[in-house]
Design a protein around this ligand. Structure first.
Ligand code: 4NP
Length: 157
């Protein structure tokens, strides 16, 4: 059975689609595609149906990563469907956990900060790049590149 991974941020147009794209590229490069199902979602619904932010798409494309996902809002059923729910910041953590009223003991351990898998960076959160400059988008990819290596290593152990 493939492991099911869901990346979550606020708008699902910057950080979590980037995480989805980085993850997909890494498992493709390592010939591990059959082992995983991956998706992303937002805790907010403002951008539902939209492609990722053009700044995030361009920054990813410069690293050879094409972001093709469309924004969707996380639903309570996602928390049962996915095995790992990896969020970008502590607000996402609170928002995702607040979706679940029952079975908290089963769901809460699945929900983790993606940077808990980081090897090189001593940071807890992937900063929201939406209102900032280009450096924020590069930083998102630097952080995710490292943390997703750590995540994949831990999942294939
Ligand atoms: P994301 O970034 O959570 O990384 O997708 C954001 C995108 C949009 C908004 C906030 C954050 N917004 O307020 O519309």
């Amino acid at each position: 059975m493939p492991k099911k991974i869901l990346f979550v941020c606020l708008g699902n147009i910057c950080r979590s689609p980037a995480a989805e794209g980085v993850f997909k590229q890494k498992v493709r490069d390592r010939d591990l595609e059959k082992l995983f199902v991956v998706d992303s979602a937002g805790t907010g619904g403002w951008h539902v149906g939209n492609l990722a932010d053009p700044r995030m798409r361009e920054t990813a494309l410069l690293r050879g990563i094409e972001l093709t996902s469309r924004s969707r809002k996380i639903e309570e059923s996602d928390l049962f469907e996915f095995d790992y729910i990896l969020v970008m910041d502590k607000d996402n953590l609170v928002d995702v956990k607040s979706l679940i009223k029952d079975h908290m003991d089963k769901i809460h351990p699945k929900v983790k900060l993606i940077l808990s898998y980081s090897k090189k960076f001593n940071l807890e959160e992937v900063p929201d790049p939406y209102y900032g400059g280009q450096d924020g988008f590069d930083k998102v990819l630097d952080l995710l590149d490292d943390a997703i290596d750590g995540l994949i290593d831990s999942l294939i152990d």
